[in-house]
Design a protein around this ligand. Structure first.
Ligand SMILES: C[S@@+](CC[C@H](N)C(=O)[O-])C[C@H]1O[C@@H](n2cnc3c(N)ncnc32)[C@H](O)[C@@H]1O
Length: 242
């Protein structure tokens, strides 16, 4: 799966790669051993929530640096740090809320927003994942698109027991089909950050207008703030007074 992810990343030269949910560093070993003739070797940093997994990676003396962290809390690196990111069998865990105050949506959005920021413009990420069902697959890809990524889902071995899903993400740089090789038949969903913002503005209505005020009040209410009741005067334009 790491080799397939690397194929989809198509890194042309030695790169700095983030391994999300790196576990014991199996993918990292492959990244470190890509020969120069294939654009490697790559330098990597692994992130995982399980100290026991990172401990195994340390004992195996992997070449990458390791960070003990929960990706649902974000991706704590300086903006534009990485050329690329990979993730093997990890991101579906973001859909499991650990407590009532952590929603899968919140965790997914912190993760994808953080990942988007930590990648260079033109950077890519490939996340192989196992969604529990169609809804989870859609929730995950929608969260990536909302964060600004160009996104496509590639399915290897569709309809078989060994089917594998790869979420292929790009930061800027135009249509995803053009930048990633082997994307024939990929289910591409793409919405630029700018389009996303425009859509949000349309949904929210004109700033200061009735629609906008009602949405804002709804948001504040959801945050537990006390807001005035809506009335026929809400958002009504006042006459200019001299
Ligand atoms: C099936 S293992 C795969 C490990 C590694 N990518 C590999 O292919 O060998 C999934 C990994 O995701 C990690 N993981 C799960 N939820 C995570 C989270 N919220 N933050 C960081 N890592 C997480 C687990 O600790 C585990 O090491």
């Amino acid at each position: 799966m790491t080799n397939r992810a690397l194929e989809l990343l198509a890194l042309p030269s030695p790169s700095l790669v983030l391994d999300i949910g790196c576990g014991s560093g199996l993918s990292g070993e492959i990244l470190s051993s890509v020969p120069p003739s294939e654009g490697g070797p790559h330098t990597w940093i692994g992130m995982d929530i399980a100290a026991s997994m990172l401990d195994i990676a340390l004992q195996r003396d992997v070449e990458g640096d390791l960070l003990l962290a929960d990706i649902g809390q974000g991706v704590p690196f300086r903006a534009g740090t990485f050329d690329a990111a990979i993730s093997i069998s990890a991101i579906q865990w973001l859909c499991n809320a650990e407590s009532s105050d952590t929603s899968p949506q919140g965790r997914l959005s912190r993760f994808f927003n953080g990942l988007y920021a930590s990648l260079k413009r033109g950077g890519r990420a490939v996340c192989q994942f196992y969604p529990k069902n169609e809804a989870q697959r859609t929730t995950i890809s929608a969260a990536a698109i909302k964060a600004g990524f160009g996104a496509g889902i590639l399915e290897d071995g569709a309809g078989t027991k060994n089917a594998k899903l790869y979420l292929v993400l790009t930061v800027g740089g135009g249509a995803i089909e053009g930048v990633v090789e082997g994307m024939e038949g990929v289910d591409v969903e793409q919405r630029s950050r700018r389009n996303g913002e425009r859509k949000m503005r349309e949904e929210m209505g004109v700033k200061g207008g009735r629609q906008w005020i009602l949405k804002k009040k709804e948001q504040m209410e959801r945050k537990g703030k006390v807001v005035k009741k809506d009335s026929k005067y809400t958002g009504r334009r006042r006459r200019v007074q001299f």
